[in-house]
Design a binder for this molecule. Structure first.
Ligand code: SF4
Length: 694
């Protein structure tokens, strides 16, 4: 700070990392960012922050930033720096030519949950109003798409039900498949504070995560389930509650579809769901599970927080619905201190989903097949919208390999490093005639690109992010874009190079269009955000200052819907060749593929992803702490260093995917959630054997 001088001005903006959505004061000396100070009036963080938000912004000024557009005829050619006009004309010509030769559905887009609501809205509009198809998807496909499906089916709204503040009234915290200490650090601190005040804790996770070890709560339960058995564990909890008469019948009669409940109760009471019947399958002791179920049903206000350990499975959507069933069964929806809360990984996963970045849904989670919904956007945009849902990310890659999908605009997303089955992703990208990468850095996906459009960092743009509690926070421009343009401007320039004729001059105009077309955002404007600081959707005539708690007076669809959630084992099975189960996750100081955090000096990083293995499994393989090992699955293999730890159970190994050199996703497979195609990152049958190193 001393070197950068004394701050002369400050700008309030929002962290661009996780779904907590912390507010910061960016303190500036002229055009130089001196430091990021947690903003004490930020409603999501109240003056707190974690190491990433506070210190990991150096990437925005990193020498690896690409600041000029580049093109090349073939991916074997060297990149050629060109003017913006030339790059955009090149991209537009290629995409237009592909559509002329292969049809309008032969191209598509992938946007990122790192982008603002306004950018994401424009990218799906580009797909629907310029490319004239619905091939638009977002990285939520590979994280929280089952949340959209599961909560939509049960509650009628695809979003978390509580605000962060209401955890202060929670008596029992149930965490399923989430590691908030590493993934959502500021909210984890609030959870731990509540636990220190006496709230009870139940954690369902194959790993002994930090919150299990640090909670210091005598009545806590850790249910270390075998990866892939979430549905069986939650159903067993529901079985105990129903068969012991612990459900909240008055709530169910008042708020839920009673016939559906009776059908569900009959299903869940079947002895095959009993903890004793599922103990061998799940690995969770029946007595412990019974105790946890009784605590959740009778311990007062119960709140459920879940993460990617729920969604990234072949039964991800089923698990989300099982969680919703459990909450309705115990009357834990619609008042302070209770609810179901997906802990969104990225800063704007919620917003990307809200903004219609799905191939089947227009903004506001409305199906593209509905003529009255299409009519709203057709009137606003002056085009006919394709009534057929488009391709999801894995379908785009499959179609590319098959030769029917030829052009991709990929904004802020490195699918080669982050998506499963790296070899298949590479084959899909290599088969395309035009790949446009729009990003800060020449990422791994750019190895297969023909056009590179340099992006702007979160410090260089205006817009909004929506956090995990549906809170719409302003992102404010702190400095001029080093690449010359904000990202929404670049998308607009690409659309106009294709003949669109858009003329937005500020993202507030895009938000006005969102408000005009999307009922849950009808009351949102930049003026309202300035006035209130932030606002939680729905924000409209009925709720002009927003909605901290959902479903207070009943569910959006009228009644809550119980859904039958049969456990179906994943097809990914261990075998003598691949006897261990790999599950993946993140560490506090790094962020997903590490594009930003690896380029920031002041975050701790040991330089590589590490494989956690139980000492027993290591010993039987002749592996010692710190050894190099070969990690192999049926999809591929990589080399990692191991650490021996009892955080994982025997039979389970764990790693992160922060570094491209590790390529952990080389080993993850193409299995995915039955409803949404969210990849099954959390269950891969693997073998671990000694290695001499990479
Ligand atoms: Fe940023 Fe999340 Fe850390 Fe807050 S908790 S500072 S939003 S990474």
């Amino acid at each position: 700070v001393a070197e950068l001088g004394t701050p002369t001005r400050s700008v309030i903006t929002t962290c661009a990392y996780c779904g907590v959505g912390c507010s910061f004061k960016a303190e500036m000396n002229g055009d130089q960012l001196v430091r990021m100070v947690p903003y004490k009036h930020g409603k999501a963080n109240r003056g707190h922050s974690c190491v990433k938000g506070r210190f990991a912004y150096g990437y925005a000024a990193h020498q690896d930033r690409i600041l000029k557009p580049m093109i090349r005829e073939r991916i074997e050619d060297p990149w050629r720096e060109v003017a913006w006009d030339e790059a955009l004309a090149f991209a537009a010509d290629r995409m237009r030519g592909i559509q002329e030769r292969h049809g309008r559905r032969s191209v598509g887009v992938i946007t990122s949950s790192r982008c603002t609501n306004e950018e994401t809205y424009l990218v799906q509009k580009l797909t629907r109003a310029v490319f004239l198809n619905n091939n638009t998807d977002t990285c939520a496909r590979v994280c929280h798409s089952p949340t959209g499906y599961g909560l939509g089916k049960t509650f009628g709204t695809s979003a978390g039900t509580q605000d962060f503040d209401s955890v202060e009234q929670t008596d029992v915290v149930l965490i399923i498949g989430a590691n908030p200490t590493d993934g959502h650090p500021v909210f984890a601190s609030r959870l731990k504070k509540r636990l220190r005040q006496g709230a009870k804790l139940i954690v369902v996770d194959p790993r002994r995560t930090d919150i299990v070890r640090s909670a210091h709560v005598e009545a806590s339960h850790h249910l270390p389930l075998r990866p892939g058995t979430n549905v069986a564990v939650i159903s067993a909890m529901a079985h105990v509650i129903v068969t012991e008469g612990l459900m909240d019948e008055a709530y169910i009669r008042d708020r839920c579809d009673w016939d559906e409940f009776q059908h569900y109760a009959e299903f869940i009471a079947d002895p095959r769901h009993a903890p004793e019947a599922t103990e061998t399958l799940t690995g969770v002791p029946a007595a412990e599970l019974r105790a946890a179920a009784r605590l959740f049903a009778t311990g007062g206000n119960g709140a459920i927080y879940y993460g990617l350990g729920v969604t990234e499975h072949s039964q991800g959507s089923t698990t989300v619905m099982a969680i919703a069933n459990l909450a309705m069964l115990t009357g834990n929806i619609g008042r302070p201190g209770v609810g179901v809360n997906p802990l969104r990984g990225q800063n704007n996963v919620q917003g990307a989903c809200d903004m219609g970045s799905f191939p089947h849904e227009l903004p506001g989670y409305r199906h593209v097949k509905m003529p009255d919904v299409r009519a709203i956007f057709e009137n606003a945009w002056g085009v006919q919208i394709d009534p057929e849902p488009g391709l999801r990310i894995p379908n785009m890659l499959d179609a590319a390999v098959e030769g029917t999908f030829k052009g991709l605009y990929c904004q802020g997303e490195d699918i080669l490093q982050s998506d499963p089955d790296t070899h298949h992703v590479a084959a899909g990208l290599a088969a395309m005639e035009c790949v446009i990468v729009h990003d800060l850095f020449l990422n791994e996906t750019a190895n297969y690109a023909h056009v590179f459009l340099p992006g702007s960092s979160f410090l260089e743009k205006d817009g909004t992010f929506t956090n995990a509690e549906r809170r719409i926070n302003r992102v404010r421009k702190v400095m001029a874009p080093r690449n010359g343009y904000e990202d929404w401007e670049i998308t607009q320039m690409l659309a106009n190079a294709m003949g669109a004729g858009w003329h937005y001059t500020h993202p507030s105009q895009i938000m006005d269009e969102i408000a005009a077309t999307t009922p849950s955002f009808a009351g949102v404007s930049y003026e309202r955000l300035e006035e209130l600081g932030s606002v939680q959707w729905p924000c409209n005539e009925a709720a002009p200052t927003g909605t901290p708690l959902m479903h207070v007076d009943g569910f959006q669809s009228g009644r809550g819907h119980f859904v039958i959630t049969e456990y179906i084992p994943t097809d990914e099975r261990t075998s003598p060749r691949f006897p261990l189960l790999l599950t993946t996750g993140r560490i506090l100081s790094q962020y997903n593929v590490g594009a930003q955090t690896r380029r920031t000096e002041n975050t701790a990083w040991h330089g590589q992803d590490v494989l956690e293995i139980h000492p027993h499994d290591a010993e039987t393989r002749g592996i010692r702490d710190g050894d190099w090992v070969r990690l192999a699955s049926r999809a591929g293999e990589t080399t990692l260093m191991v650490t021996l730890t009892e955080r994982v159970s025997p039979g389970v190994v764990y790693t992160t995917f922060h570094h491209p050199a590790t390529q952990a996703n080389v080993v993850t497979t193409d299995f995915s959630d039955w409803a949404t195609n969210c990849p099954e990152y959390k269950v891969t049958a693997v073998q671990v054997s000694p290695s001499n190193g990479p």
